[in-house]
Design a protein around this ligand. Sequence first.
Ligand SMILES: C[S@@+](CC[C@H](N)C(=O)[O-])C[C@H]1O[C@@H](n2cnc3c(N)ncnc32)[C@H](O)[C@@H]1O
Length: 238
Amino acid sequence: MSLFDLPRVPEAEVMDDSGEVEAYSWSAGQAYLDRIDDTFVDHSARLLNGRERGRALDIGTGPGQIVIKLARRLTRWKFMGVDRSPNMIAQACANLESAGPAVAGRVEFRVADGNHLPFPDASFDLVISNSVLHHFAEPKKLLSEIARLAGHNGAILLRDLRRPGRFAHPFHVRWHGRHYSGTMRKLYRDSVRAAYTVPELRLMLASSPLSGVRVFAHRSTHIGLERQLEGLSKKLSC
Ligand SMILES: C[S@@+](CC[C@H](N)C(=O)[O-])C[C@H]1O[C@@H](n2cnc3c(N)ncnc32)[C@H](O)[C@@H]1O
């Protein structure tokens, strides 16, 4: 580690405290969070090569707003959102109830641990996870579960915050955290310190079972892993 690197400070894995759930769902920075979520939804949709139907899984779904937005966009897809926090899943279910008939019957939320998920291998065409990697005590386990559940052909989008360098850090947190206040501001600050850098993510990817996956950076704030859905039309032999 050089003088320019900011040491990582891990965060607690699960967000089940009702204050955290509330802050996350009704934060003063909701409009800003909404715009960031929209970039994630756009990115997910771009990975699907126009596939009209499929099954998607969101690991660490929190209050489920990304799944609900995606379900509105992909009207023939089915969605499963999982989180280890019962309070987050209760909030996701409440959000689903008020989301209206357009998504009814196509979205399910369930309490489950992203380290060991109760689904068969290759059971999803799209596996997503937003702002979750830095919470995992053993991030390799999350990558292994994503690899197992997306199989060889499923699309993958894992995105998380990016930890800046030591000298950029105070400005980064002040500028990008300016939309938040109270608990949400603290959550944001802690999450930035717990997040990974691009080189750390590359190392993690190299020692994971994931294949065909690329590391990307989104502005100066986010990094992640992505893989396109394998097209159905591709010939496997002739
Ligand atoms: C920062 S929130 C992100 C929520 C949501 N993905 C979003 O973008 O709004 C992180 C979520 O990951 C969940 N989480 C942490 N560890 C988990 C695990 N092992 N399995 C499932 N969910 C987990 C937390 O409970 C929390 O709801």
